[in-house]
Design a protein around this ligand. Structure first.
Ligand SMILES: NC(=O)c1ccc[n+]([C@@H]2O[C@H](COP(=O)([O-])OP(=O)(O)OC[C@H]3O[C@@H](n4cnc5c(N)ncnc54)[C@H](O)[C@@H]3O)[C@@H](O)[C@H]2O)c1
Length: 438
């Protein structure tokens, strides 16, 4: 383990909290700054308000050992250490560009309270050259002559497996402009490089661009296989076999070639849009990404059309849904395909029976319970008298479901699997439909 350090993390969302807890678990002393007092009491007891595998256990241990603390006092947070990670939100604005107001606001606030050299690190996903604005803002508002660096250290963790990904990164990318910043990062990430994880050191603009280019490439890969799945549906070919056939080529790779309803979540949709806008601002038309977006939007439509083709009229049908989160192992429903699907089926007059192991509370904020829309804690209870089951998120507990029990509970054994979680040859007892498979 490298030398221990004091670290400030600003923002306690999916990225901020995971970053803070993982750095603490590596033995560092961490202060995590929140905007509001909400959930402060539970965080201080070591309970994570967001669902991430292993996060609460790790948080609890580090709270008890006194390595992590929380505050809403920005001055205290800035004064606490020399390294400040910015992990605030960078949502999509109305015109598709990244909304950087939270980054601007925190830069301004960090500047006000600087009490000596600080390394200010953008961990939030930001457009290329945002560090120049952060630097300019800090220079404007910091006490005259204060020494500081701004660096980029984009985060690549996947929600749901955030803790694992943070601790076992494929690569760590840092963009720095000074030797002091470079040395601080080397020391901070020493426990990772010692274990053989790759630390890529570059300049801040390159690091910022790598993040957008990386997410956009992954989104493109999903849309590519979904387009192929659409074709497979028409020509009686199994998309999974095609994915295997192309994925065995190491230049393509097997991962991220799962056909389904398409991507959602808090990152891909907004990052692809922001990247298109960045290109546009520099006079470039990113048609490739626009097409990936178009295909992704079409997947939800295609799934709903499939449901209608199979059920004919959705009105008054009891439609059970497995999975509301945008992906398994998270309670996050931002841009989740389930939102569009539930909205349309509700408008069609279907009786909706909804299940998800973690995301129900978040979903209820958009779709409150009503006579025609009910939530179930049990993955089997939701199926009682259902005319069809739609699978929208590929949670492990659905993959390992007791299919005999499923069949017994449903009124009609119709399953429309938007995530291809079952093998068609094992579903002979059902009227089973999936995406791009014979
Ligand atoms: N969620 C992911 O899987 C993921 C992965 C990689 C990168 N990112 C990027 O990381 C950034 C954060 O994403 P997230 O999912 O954690 O967002 P989030 O919305 O879960 O968390 C952001 C948090 O920042 C807080 N915040 C805003 N201003 C603040 C301030 N002045 N002081 C203290 N806290 C403040 C907000 O209250 C919020 O809790 C985004 O840029 C995102 O694109 C996210």
């Amino acid at each position: 383990m490298g030398d221990l350090m004091k670290i400030t993390v600003i923002g306690a969302g999916y990225v901020g909290l995971v970053t803070a807890v993982c750095f603490a678990d590596l033995g560092n002393e961490v202060l995590c700054a929140k905007k509001t007092e909400s959930n402060m009491d539970i965080l201080k007891k070591g309970i994570s308000p967001i669902y991430e595998d292993g996060l609460t256990e790790m948080l609890k241990k580090n709270v008890e050992d006194g390595r992590i603390n929380f505050t809403t006092d920005i001055q205290e947070a800035v004064n606490f250490s020399d390294i400040i990670f910015i992990c605030v939100g960078t949502p999509q604005s109305e015109n598709g560009k990244a909304d950087l107001s939270q980054v601007e606001d925190i830069s301004h606030n960090i500047a006000r309270y600087m009490n000596g050299y600080k390394l200010i690190v953008e961990k939030s996903t930001v457009p290329v050259n945002t560090h120049r604005w952060v630097k300019k803002t800090i220079k404007r508002y910091a006490p005259e002559g204060t020494d500081f660096d701004v660096a980029s250290n984009p985060e690549f963790l996947r929600e749901g497996t955030g803790v694992y990904d943070f601790m076992n990164p494929d690569r760590i990318v840092v963009g720095v402009e000074s030797d002091i910043a470079k040395a601080l990062f080397k020391k901070l990430y020493d426990p990772f490089t010692e274990k053989g994880h790759h630390l890529l050191i570059t300049n801040p603009s390159t690091a910022e661009l790598i993040k957008h280019a990386s997410n956009s490439f992954l989104a493109m890969k999903i849309s590519y296989i979904n387009m192929i799945a659409g074709l497979c549906d028409k020509v009686d070919v199994d998309v999974e076999m095609v994915a295997e056939g192309i994925g065995l080529d190491e230049r393509v790779g097997k991962k991220f070639l799962n056909a389904g309803i398409g991507y959602g979540g808090s990152c891909f949709p907004k990052d692809v849009k922001a990247f298109i806008k960045i290109a546009e601002d520099h006079g470039l038309e990113f048609g490739l990404l626009k097409e990936a977006e178009k295909i992704n939007a079409h997947q939800r439509r295609a799934f709903l059309d499939k449901v209608e083709d199979i059920l004919w009229i959705n009105k008054d049908k009891n439609i059970a849904i497995w999975g509301l989160a945008f992906k398994p192992d998270t309670d996050d429903i931002r841009e989740a395909p389930a939102i569009d699907i539930v909205r349309e089926l509700k408008e069609n007059g279907a009786n909706l029976l909804l299940h998800d192991p973690e995301a129900i509370n978040n979903f209820k904020k958009i779709f409150p319970e009503s006579d025609h829309l009910k939530y179930y804690e049990d993955q089997y209870e939701v199926l009682r008298n259902a005319d069809a089951l739609l699978i929208i998120t590929e949670w492990g507990l659905y993959r390992s479901a007791n299919l005999k029990k499923v069949k017994k509970l449903m009124r009609l054994p119709i399953i429309i699997d938007g995530r291809n979680i079952f093998q068609p040859e094992k579903m002979k007892e059902f009227e089973y439909y999936s995406m791009g498979r014979r």
